[in-house]
Design a protein around this ligand. Structure first.
Ligand code: NG1
Ligand code: ZN
Length: 531
């Protein structure tokens, strides 16, 4: 601990004065501005690990942002995002002068009653994505960890969800899985192959998926996975980083926002495509029909598919389970109608940001959550997991009930419950499509998306916009919401909202309507009211 300021001054000084905030996705900015932040987050991870008496994770990534950006997130003991209360410590520690570093560490320790001299040396798990700046930044994290008396376990390159998985495995004595990369592939592939074996014959379903890996870490990891899956799934990987830039004109975010195919893929009718984002925690699917029209199956469609699968298994197993789905305001209105009315699964809406969805999903026995952009997973409570396990071998149940319960048991192992995971989600989607014998066109027909448009505008100060009702209504500045309501009222099936982004210096506008033309027009008209 005594070395904290000395190492900071010598190796990782804070050179500028720019304020940086730990937002919904941790710290994120130009990689060149992050050295001191990384060092300090190494220190904070050790404090957190001392408090929890557990291994804490540090992931270095800027997800779908351009290659020159980077970022850092801390991962809590069960593989979840850092507790909100600590986000403000992260922000404070990242922004103080070097000479105030030790005082700030002591202040946090005293508030949280952490014994800085406990003598224990916590282990911090660290991993990073493929960005060139990631390795030097990970060295700054290492220096912070070591200056604070911890020790680093460096996994090198991993997807974000793989690191979350490792942390959970380690803190559950490997009950959740083995905390190695091999352990991750083994767990998922074993579940996948078992579920494939219990599927009936398929006619429409085809077990090939063409993946745009955003020139990111997902490419390398999906290649490893393939060797474990053998021929149970044929994954064709494109945009694997060999001759394209990370996230540039490709990846899940590009495809979702632009609603078009990524560079590097020529879409053919009859094939099924998926895009990961740069750190492989998001996925969207798409295809072109015979007429050449592009169709996107985003997080809402994945959520609907997964919910229908789980709903069927739960009801076939005869269990009483509180299954629910969590979305944000960006969810397409048609998906919400389909899930609540056709599937009869309750839906709740929460503010944008995975931590809000995750926290709300934990309140269900089985909570499915997805952001429209393709980030999501399913959470099973401990009690329901136990209930499903015992049902799978309960002699008082019918064969059918037991079979459905054991299918659910295996599906639990296929799902990365720590955080959204493009690889695990892809495997789950492929299982559901196989089980329901659907091709991508039939899956798409589950419901028809309302045409929609997302825009972003740069304003002088985005914080002047404040929202309520899970960000669906603006309370400030005065008059803005009335303007939006007025514009929306003129459009059939219109819906629109504005909110300040938590990750970029912009205000986002979302609009949906009966036609693409109306959605586009509404988005532009609302955007003009934001200026
Ligand atoms: P912001 O920039 O707050 O809209 C974006 C995504 C979120 C989430 C975070 C974290 C949209 C509209 N927003 O947040 O869903 O993924 O990034 O990465 O997609
Ligand atoms: Zn991501």
């Amino acid at each position: 601990m005594e070395r904290i300021e000395e190492v900071a001054n010598r190796l990782h000084p804070r050179t500028g004065t720019k304020f940086i905030q730990y937002g919904t996705a941790g710290f994120r900015t130009k990689g060149s501005e992050l050295d001191h932040v990384m060092y300090r987050m190494g220190i904070l991870a050790v404090l957190r690990a001392k408090l929890k008496g557990a291994t804490i994770g540090v992931m270095i990534t800027a997800s779908h942002n351009p290659e020159e950006d980077n970022g850092i997130k801390l991962v809590d003991p069960m593989g979840e995002m850092l507790e909100s209360a600590w986000e403000k410590y992260a922000t404070e520690l990242a922004n103080v002068n070097d000479s105030e570093l030790m005082i700030t560490v002591k202040k946090i320790a005293s508030k949280e009653q952490i014994d800085l001299n406990s003598g224990t040396s916590p282990v911090i798990f660290c991993a990073y994505d493929t960005r060139p700046s990631s390795i030097p930044l990970s060295e700054a994290v290492r220096d912070g960890i070591e200056a604070a008396g911890g020790s680093l376990c460096n996994f090198g390159k991993l997807t974000t969800p793989q690191l979350h998985y490792m942390v959970r495995c380690k803190n559950t004595d490997n009950c959740y899985g083995t905390s190695t990369e091999e352990g991750y592939y083994q767990k998922l592939s074993l579940a996948f192959i078992k579920l494939r074996q219990i599927q009936g014959q398929t006619q429409k379903y085809q077990n090939t998926v063409v993946v745009d890996a955003a020139n990111g870490i997902g490419a390398e990891k999906a290649k490893f996975l393939k060797t474990y899956l053998k021929d149970s799934l044929n994954i064709e990987i494109h945009n694997d980083g060999t001759n394209g830039r990370l996230n540039y004109l490709c990846g899940a975010d590009y495809v979702k926002v632009q609603q078009k195919a990524p560079n590097g893929l020529t879409l053919k009718a009859g094939s099924k495509y998926a895009s990961f984002d740069g750190d492989a925690d998001r996925i969207v699917y798409y295809y072109v029909d015979n007429g050449g029209t592009f169709h996107l199956l985003d997080g809402d469609k994945i959520a609907s598919l997964v919910a229908s699968y789980l709903q069927t298994l739960v009801s076939e197993s005869g269990l009483t389970v509180n299954l629910g789905l969590v979305q944000t305001a960006y969810a397409n209105g048609s998906s919400t109608d389909f899930i609540t009315q056709t599937l009869q699964v309750p839906v709740v809406c929460v503010p944008t940001g995975v931590k809000h969805l995750h926290a709300r999903a934990l309140q269900f026995d089985i909570g499915v959550y997805f952001e429209a952009n393709g980030h999501g997973t399913v959470l099973f409570s401990d009690a329901v997991t136990e209930k499903i396990r015992s049902a799978a071998s309960d002699v008082n149940l019918t064969d059918k009930q037991r079979k459905s319960a054991s299918e659910l048991c295996i599906a639990i192992n296929l799902i990365n419950q720590t955080v959204g995971d493009a690889i695990s989600d892809m495997l789950l989607v492929e299982i559901v499509l196989g089980t329901q014998d659907l091709d991508i066109e039939n899956w798409d027909k589950m419901y028809t998306d309302l045409p929609n448009r997302q825009l972003k505008v740069k304003v002088q100060d985005r914080t002047v916009i404040e929202t309520t009702d899970a960000e669906r209504r603006a309370v400030k500045p005065a008059g803005l919401q009335e303007n939006v309501d007025n514009l929306v009222s003129k459009v059939p099936n219109g819906r629109s909202f504005v909110r300040p982004s938590g990750t970029e210096d912009v205000v986002r506008i979302y609009a949906e309507a009966d036609t693409q033309q109306n959605a586009d027009k509404l988005a532009v008209e609302v955007a003009l009211k934001v200026y």
